[in-house]
Design a protein around this ligand. Sequence first.
Ligand code: ZN
Length: 177
Amino acid sequence: MIKKLKIPLAIALGVSLGSSLWIGHAVAANKTQHSIGSGSVDSKEIRWGSSTKYTANRDYAIKIWNALGKVKIAPDTATTIEDLTFKDVNLPDETFTAQWVPRIGADRIEFNTPKFNNSGRTTAAKNKTASHELGHALGIGDHYESNYSGLIMYGYSSSTTTLQAHDKTDYNANWKN
Ligand SMILES: [Zn+2]
């Protein structure tokens, strides 16, 4: 709950539903970025707060990334600095399904309810979206080439809900000791 000050990246990374395209807002179009820097990580931790109602999807994402062991993703406490806030927004005119937004203070993962919770979206799709956005908070960018099509961090729609070898390679490169 301690206030945090840092310089935000001038980008937000999101995903759109209708076109089946994952969209990185304000990032050079369709350019793979294995690393986008430190994301929301602070001293090898992401301390998170939450007001989202999509807690199961949030917790799925936290679980699969925490299993990699190098960055501790844990709830914010009275004595830690909140690095990331999970939040729901209601923006029917926006194209994004969810997005990671770097900010001064705590960054955000925003779930855009009209798109994220659109009828017909499966639990797997929601888990993948949440996991993808948390990947950005871990400093991993979108991937676009077809050889990356199975990744959580693939920049277009795909069906995986588990971290693939290259997702782990990028995580480990970003967070090597
Ligand atoms: Zn990569």
